[in-house]
Design a protein around this ligand. Sequence first.
Ligand SMILES: Nc1nc2c(ncn2[C@@H]2O[C@H](COP(=O)(O)OP(=O)(O)OP(=O)(O)O)[C@@H](O)[C@H]2O)c(=O)[nH]1
Ligand SMILES: [Mg+2]
Length: 612
Amino acid sequence: MTNIRHDIRNVAIIAHVDHGKTTLVDALLKQSHTFRDNQDVGTLIMDSNDLEREKGITILAKNTSVRHGDVTINIIDTPGHADFGGEVERVLNMADGCLLLIDAAEGPMPQTRFVLRKAFEVGLRIIVVINKVDRKNADPQAALHKVHDLFLELAEDADQLEAPVIYAVAKEGRAGQQPDELTPDLEPLFKTIIEHIPAPVIEPGGFQMLVANRAYDDYTGPMAIGRISRGSVAPGDTVAVLTKAGEPRRARVVQVLVYRGLDRVAVASASAGDIVVLTGLDVVAIGDTLADPESPDPLPRIAIDEPTVRMTFGVNTSPFTGREGKFSTTRQLRARLYKELDTNLGLHVEDTEAAERFLVSGRGELHLAVLIETMRREGYEFEVSRPEAIVKTINGQRMEPLERLTVDVREENLGAVTEALGKRRGEMIEIAYDSKGGVRLEYLIPTRGLIGFRNSFLTLTAGTGLMGSIGIGYRPWAGDFREQRNGALTASSAGTTLAFGLAGAQERGTTFVEAGEEVYEGMIVGIQKRPGDIRVNVCREKKQSNIRSSTSDISVRLTPASRQSLEQSLDFLADDELLEVTPKHLRLRKRHLTEVDQSRARRATETSGTRR
Ligand SMILES: Nc1nc2c(ncn2[C@@H]2O[C@H](COP(=O)(O)OP(=O)(O)OP(=O)(O)O)[C@@H](O)[C@H]2O)c(=O)[nH]1
Ligand SMILES: [Mg+2]
């Protein structure tokens, strides 16, 4: 009997954000005749949840599989955004090899480095795919050259340096051994996968599987997803669930499912090498091992990098509390946040001294923003504070998270961008000019310096700049700096906004609300042109009078409100401000709403001598 599954290949697709992973999966699915010929499945098929579709990015890692000849290729699509790095770490153990995609125009970016390092750590065989060779400014040779440098830097042994290279246009489903010799299909890629990704090796012994993911549906209940590393499993089998702490529990498998294209199909049994979905086990945590009760050997739990950014989530304390959300109590908020830990491995949640506030830590602003958006869509209302980098004291020294940042800008924006990064304690480590007026800069910069930077970066580069960063550990505190934001325009009283009042506010700055919106005292309705907050009466009516003056008849002309998205709002927040989040609205507000409360808070901090 053979101990190698020649009929299977398990492949993860990894890359920096937007380098074309999900698009490549589209093409692999289509070319393996997963769909009926006339079936319209659209694009980015695997980006199936609403937020993924809206944002055009992958947030959760997902499984699918295709057939090529006699071989089943199990594919794991992963997110490329650094904030979802926990998803990549979680699923790599299901694969034996990976496709490392590189955009032929951009070359390796920070997340390329992160995912490649993780792939080496897990010991995956790598196939380099230089994608998007059709792009106008594509330079496949330069991209490959930089990939080689990255391999030399990160490989842990010489074997890892040998990786086949395929060139591709994922969007058109074409690939080839040379950038200018692409076949009309992905055959060269399929062939390379089957030749170079090792077929799974069956370890001798009883059933064993690490739970890499969970899913849920109302019909079957919770499901455990993973790759079987030893033995086999069939419906009706009893398995031991080996948890992090405590005695192993016994449970009975009801169904064994495998991925077939976008479907999950029940099978009579599955064995080592297969990626399966098991139902009937009740609640199983990611990282648990499922094993034969006769040989209950646990597999190492999944290692996940620590969070770097945190904020508080609290019960909504605005005057509008309880109006717009279905779930708004401390108990509901707490239960929801702790439930998220079951599947969101990069996330931490802690109680605080205040019962109605929780400290939530994640891998970046977007990681937290996606949680906020998901919860508000589920009907939750709450308030969050400004995101801050997680500072630690290590051996008596104050340490802060550091990131490696790559930015691509046009030469004409270089001065403005380097100045802004310098102010934020960025340290330039590399600069490279290309022949077409573009510059690539590499920086080391405290995470603190990057919070709130994305907005100004887009403004400074008129939207043409590209940036990506990745946490690289802790280093001593780089010293204080404070990017001073202009002051807020706050509503001086509660009411409904009127055009006349808003016009007055617009003389002082830019407004965030339209006429006819309800506001409360202390709510932020705009940003002024200088530092320091100003109270404005946006509900002010024009006084009716009998005397016709030359100006009173001129109708008010308003500039449309500058609406802040969730991420922009988080970027905007200062320490003494909060964001009120409800299913219907995002409202920026001062932490202390009234003048009385503000001066009381100021006096309290002055007497206690602490800043907060
Ligand atoms: N020109 C060109 N564009 C491509 C190609 N492949 C993908 N794209 C485009 O690149 C964009 C990003 O593609 P995705 O497949 O979502 O990238 P991704 O790597 O899955 O992104 P994340 O999952 O968010 O990290 C889309 O607009 C694609 O249409 C290609 O070969 N050529
Ligand atoms: Mg994707």
